[in-house]
Design a protein around this ligand. Structure first.
Ligand code: GH3
Ligand code: MG
Ligand code: MG
Length: 342
């Protein structure tokens, strides 16, 4: 049977030798066995052939003028853009030294001249088997990598909306927060919660509710820049991370997003509706925010105030309005605000 390569055609062998007679002899012999052949008369030509169309195996003469076989083997084996190409060195010198030099240069096997063709064919078959196995392993490795990537994406994604899930958006927040601490850059966090969302489910059914959540995700995704992140934090609650953004800019962003939601007609099979959302904004650095958790709690507290003060509003943590709502008699920020009934 003719050995086949991974692409399932006859294997293609590049014969490299500066003696034309040798080349022709090898070519005739290998073609008679069903292999495809390609030839090169020197090392330079061989490298050009390899780069233009990598063969399945190289039968390489050691002693050639200019670029010799050792050099060709070294260059082929060190080129990471090339697939695994088995190299059989053929040398007239039946010396241990030249075999060692060839193998060290990257040759996979050697054969001495004068060539015994039965032996050559056996070595060719053996190396093509190894190449096939190697390619199978590579293919499986590639499949595994793709599978891992898919699993990673799934583990980071909310199934309904395609946004980052809570775990992943919190991870992103962690990275952004560390970055802000390190470089003294601003970071804004927005918590967004749909107003009276329960009534969507109650009135139109759960599937309509799901569709509203999907469209809400699109609205938010469209509103942010490439460097920003949007995640689904809970049922109808979203978290938005705006790196390098001041409190004022974050409020302006929130206001724009709030208006886009207010203006949007949510459509679903069997009807359409309008909804609004409430926004809580907090930014770092801030004298009362020392970690990620503080930042999220601050945005959440601001969201609570937005809900309390009528919904469809954007409220900034530690703003006059926020403080007017949360100030207790002793002047502390009420932690009771953090446990809203959302
Ligand atoms: P508020 O203005 O105070 O935020 O009122 P609300 O009705 O939006 O808030 P509430 O927390 O009372 O209700 C949230 C609802 O969101 C209840 C729950 O059934 C619904 N919900 C949560 N996750 C999903 C989901 O994945 N799909 C659908 N359809 N509904 C969901
Ligand atoms: Mg809600
Ligand atoms: Mg909620």
């Amino acid at each position: 049977m003719v050995p086949r390569d991974a692409r399932d055609g006859p294997a293609r062998i590049l014969i490299v030798d500066d003696h034309e007679d040798n080349v022709e002899l090898l070519r005739a012999r290998l073609e008679a066995r069903g292999y495809e052949t390609d030839t090169a008369a020197d090392g330079q030509q061989a490298l050009e052939h390899v780069r233009a169309a990598p063969p399945d195996l190289i039968l390489l003469d050691v002693m050639m003028p200019k670029v010799d076989g050792i050099e060709v083997a070294k260059r082929v084996k060190s080129d990471s853009t090339l697939p695994f190409i088995p190299i059989i060195m053929q040398t007239a010198l039946d010396s241990t030294e030249s075999k060692v030099e060839g193998l060290d240069a990257g040759a996979d096997d050697y054969i001495t001249k004068p060539i015994n063709f039965a032996e050559l064919e056996a070595r060719v078959r053996s190396l093509l088997r190894i190449k096939n196995l190697q390619e199978q392993v590579e293919g499986q490795k590639h499949e595994l990598e793709q599978l891992n990537e898919r699993l990673l994406r799934i583990s980071q994604t909310d199934g309904l909306t395609g946004l980052f899930n809570r775990r992943h958006i919190e991870q992103e927040l962690g990275h952004m927060f560390d970055h802000s601490v390190r470089l003294g850059e601003l970071l804004a966090v927005l918590m967004v919660d749909l107003d009276k969302f329960k009534s969507v489910n109650d009135t139109y059914g759960h599937q309509a509710g799901d569709e509203v959540l999907r469209q809400m995700s699109e609205l938010l995704t469209r509103a942010v820049r490439e460097i920003d992140r949007v995640g689904r934090y809970g049922g109808e609650e979203f978290m938005i991370l705006l790196p390098g953004t001041s409190a004022e800019e974050a409020v302006t962003f929130g206001e724009r997003a709030r208006q886009a939601i207010e203006a949007h007609t949510f459509t679903f099979p069997g009807g359409e509706l309008h909804r609004t959302a409430s926004f809580g904004v907090a930014t770092f650095p801030h004298t009362r925010i020392h970690g990620c958790d503080d930042l999220v709690r601050a945005a959440d507290d601001a969201l609570y105030v937005a809900k309390e003060s009528g919904r469809n509003r954007v409220v900034l943590f530690d703003s006059d309005e926020f403080n007017a709502h949360t100030q207790t008699s002793d002047g502390d920020v009420s932690k009771a605000a953090a446990t809203g009934g959302r």
